[in-house]
Every structure is written in C-alpha cells, then in structure tokens.
Design a protein around this ligand. Structure first.
Ligand code: G6P
Length: 489
C-alpha cells in the first residue's frame, strides 16, 4: 500500500477516523462502488495534500471474511485506505449506540436520555463494552500498519480511547487527537457515566486539538474538575507530565471549489439553475439530517417570514438539501418525519400552482451539483443548534465570489467565531429573530453584501484545511521535542 509514494523523505501521516473518506456501497450487480462520505471531517481532510497520508477507518459496511472482503480491501488499498471491519452487532452498540446516541448528543448539549430505566443502564454498559472493543479493533489495525517515524492523527469522538490503547503498546508513537464536535461545558460532560475513563484515555495523546478556544477550555475544566488534574495555559498536567491542549480552527480547500466552478459541467448546471430560479430569490440549506443542524427551526423561521411578508410569498424559495445520516438511530428517524411534516405543511399552505416555497431533497448531491447550488443561491441559512465548526458555511463563501451572497449563521456554530464579522448571526431558538434575519438578508444593500462577503472570503481563503493540518502536525512533532527537553532538565 505504502510503496506508491514518490517522496520517501516525507513523514507519513496515518489518519485514523471512524469512517473512511469513502463508504462502500453495494451495486445491483453485486459489485462495490466507493462513495465520498458526508460530513465536515471528510470535507476538510480531503483538502490536505502536503503529507503522504494513509487513512484507517470503517468502510461503512459489513463484509464477511472471504474473497469479497479481499476484493474490497484491495480496491481501498489503491487509494491508501485501510478498512477496519466491524461486525454488525458492534456497529449497532458502538456506532449507533455509544457514539451517536450518547456521546454525539452529550457533546451537543443534549442531556442523556431521561427515561433511562434499569434495562437502559444495562444497555449503556453493553454499548460501552462494544465501544471499547471497537476502539481496540482500530488500535490493532493502526499497530499493524505503523512504522517508526510515522505520525498518527486520531479523529473525533468515536476514538477517544485510542490514544491510550496505542501508547500502551507503542509508547514512542506520536499520537494526536482532534475533536470535530464541540466539547461541552464540564457541567454537561460530567453526566457521562464513564467520564473518567474517557478523559484519561484521550489524555494519553501528545497533542489534543479543538476547533475553538472555548471547547479547549471546557475540556481542560473537565480534566481539572473531574480528574483533579492541573490545567495550565499549555494544557493538562498530571504528575509533571503535560498533555498539550490547544485550538486549531479547521478550514476547507477553497481552490477545489474555485476549480470546480470553472468546469463545463458546473457552468452548464449553473446556467440551468439560473434559468429555473429566474425572478425569485433563492435561499439554501445544506445539512446532514441531524437534530444539531436546527432544520425544523430553520423551516419554522421561514414559515413565520412567509406569514409576515405576503409580498415575498411567490418571490422567494428555500432549497433544503438534507443528506440522510445515521438512519438506524431512532432520533434521526423521528427527525426525518418531523421535517417532512413541516415541509408539507408550509408547501401546502403557501404553495401555488406555479410556485412551491420549499424544495426539499433527502439525498446527497454530486459535487458538481452542490457547487452550482452554492454559486447561484442568494442566501445560505446555517442554523445549527450546536456545531463543532460547520464547513457548509465555508463552502458557500468559497463559491460566492460573483454574487456575494449573504450568510445567515447560527451563533452556536464554531464558524460564528471566524465568519461572525461577515455573516448575519442568529440564535436559532429565536424564530422571530431568524425570520427578521431572513428579511435583512433579502433586502441588504449591494454594498453591504459585498463588504460582508469580502471579509468572509478573506478568512476562508487564508485559513484553509492545509494550514490547519500543517499547524497541528508541526505542533505534534514539537511536543516530543518539548517532552524530551523537560525530562532532560
Ligand atoms: C460529523 C462527525 C464526523 C462524521 C460525520 C458524518 O462531521 O464529526 O466524524 O464522520 O459527522 O457522520 P457519520 O456518522 O455518517 O460518519
């Protein structure tokens, strides 16, 4: 797998993430096709090219051992992707259960399930056991693929136990861990029954990174309050040994979008859409169908706007792309029904024979379709209730050089700290204010729109995913030098 690299002097980066950047999908004829996975983590890491990178992760499907699994492994190996196969029971308890019904919720300020009965407590124990064995499976694959000198970059909340599992077996391995979600206030985090085990395991990393300074601060408080360790400006100290903790705001690869906008198929798509939307203003929402994205709140704000501004009713359209996500988790199934109900109600009430106010799609778009939509729409609505960063807002800005469209952005997205100056910031829980923000965005002067866009565009083009990765990895390499200096003194 690794001999395909041309520049052997480059340090090898092993990215370990729950999901590979492509997910395997079974075609009708039984063959496998590889589809780009959804989400900010993949979108950012795809923009990182300065390293010779190998990915280790779950391919999204279960394939029993045998020739079929070998064929998929070989297809992935061509891209330097190493699959971690997990059996369906583990996937259910670890991925659907512990990761997405417990950690994901808690990290986005959704309290643990209030109806927990005795049997559910037992479920949590099973989920935790499965979570530990899934992390162990990942550790085994990393150790099998690791060579001295490689740097290992563990991603996200699914793999918080991995730093300890790796360091216990390979103490000299350089291990970084980065969280792509918020890290909540320690007052929320401390409700997690296994709060200590998780913190102790992740603290074994050499460098711990978050999107914002606030998330890093919450993490350090959790370590001081729950584990009684010492928080310093550099990180967390335990008996003289320091784990460095810092903020590394992620970005995108804006060039990838700029290049796409020059391609004939994207240009053709843009022309088609402009024709279709002529005479109307178009607002855009692009989200994984996840409760943290605030899709119902966005729809309710649009409904309120239509109710209060009859003159706009046939002149404005919301295109909402809701990418299916974690479809086996009950919360996500309930959200889908709720969103469909609200969309149906608004379209039924405000639609006419010639105009439908919400164009809602339950699917992921091809990259060229997405770029075209980003480019032609007048407003983007990002209304997350909590969001680690939210790179849709970055992608929208990157595609808006010609139009200078308005970004309406939740103050609860990490991106509010970087794009706050150019965006209209909203509290997604305040439907009245969000409806007012829609009006402001629709009626903003050309000059103000351009000035706001200029500020955002500057930020997006300077703070790229490449800079993010370079900064993290160079700091990770330095942590070892620092640690050696400390032991010498
Ligand atoms: C978020 C998480 C990622 C995850 C992505 C898609 O961005 O931070 O780790 O990969 O959502 O979710 P999924 O469960 O489909 O991998």
């Amino acid at each position: 797998v690794y001999q395909t690299y041309e520049n052997a002097s480059q340090q090898r980066l092993i990215v370990v993430a729950n999901r590979l950047p492509v997910s395997a999908v079974r075609e009708r004829d039984g063959s496998w096709s590889l589809q780009v996975s959804a989400g900010g983590l993949v979108s950012a890491l795809m923009g990182v090219s300065n390293f010779k990178t190998c990915w280790i992760g779950w391919p999204g499907v279960y394939v029993p051992e045998g020739p079929e699994r070998d064929a998929l492994t070989a297809a992935l190996a061509k891209e330097c992707y190493v699959p971690v196969y997990l059996d369906p029971k583990i996937v259910d308890l670890h991925y659907n259960g512990f990761c997405n019904s417990v950690l994901w919720q808690l990290f986005h300020y959704v309290p643990l399930n209030m109806d927990s009965k005795l049997s559910e407590t037992r479920t949590l124990q099973f989920q935790w056991a499965a979570h530990q064995s899934a992390n162990q499976r990942f550790a085994d694959v990393v150790l099998r693929n690791y060579s001295a000198g490689d740097v290992v970059w563990v991603q996200d909340y699914h793999l918080m136990l991995l730093p300890a599992m790796l360091k216990n077996r390979a103490p000299k391995m350089k291990v970084g861990w980065f969280l792509h979600t918020p890290f909540p206030s320690s007052e929320i985090y401390r409700t997690l029954p296994v709060r200590e085990e998780v913190l102790r395991a992740v603290l074994k990393a050499d460098l711990i990174g978050f999107h914002t300074y606030d998330y890093a601060r919450h993490f350090v408080s959790a370590c001081t309050r729950i584990l009684g360790l010492e928080g310093t400006p550099e990180g967390v100290e335990d008996n003289g040994s320091l784990t460095r903790v810092a903020a590394f705001p992620i970005g995108i690869d804006p060039e990838r979008f700029a290049r796409a906008l020059e391609k004939p198929n994207v240009k053709a798509h843009i022309a088609q859409l402009l024709n279709r939307y002529a005479g109307r203003k178009v607002m855009l929402g692009v989200d994984r169908l996840d409760m943290i994205k605030g899709i119902p709140q966005k729809l309710l704000a649009f409904e309120k706007f239509l109710e209060e501004h009859p003159q706009w009713r046939d002149k404005v359209l919301l295109v909402q792309i809701a990418v299916p996500s974690r479809t086996d988790v009950p919360e996500y199934q309930r959200l889908r029904s709720m969103v469909h109900e609200i969309v149906g109600r608004i379209n039924g009430h405000y639609g006419t024979l010639t105009h439908v106010p919400i164009h809602h799609l339950d699917r992921q778009l091809a990259f060229h379709e997405l770029c075209a939509l980003y480019a032609v729409t007048d407003i983007a609505l990002v209304t997350s209730l909590r969001d680690g960063m939210n790179l849709v807002s970055y992608e929208y800005v990157a595609c808006q050089s010609d139009n200078a469209g308005v970004l309406v952005l939740s103050e609860f997205a990490g991106a509010a700290q970087s794009l706050g100056a150019g965006a209209i910031l909203v509290n997604p829980w305040n439907i009245t204010d969000m409806a007012a923000a829609i009006e402001d965005a629709l009626t903003m002067s050309d000059q103000e729109r351009r000035e706001r866009h200029r500020q955002n565009y500057m930020h997006v083009t300077i703070h790229t995913s490449q800079t993010w990765a370079d900064t993290f990895i160079s700091e990770l390499n330095d942590t070892h030098v620092e640690a050696e200096l400390r032991t010498k003194h």
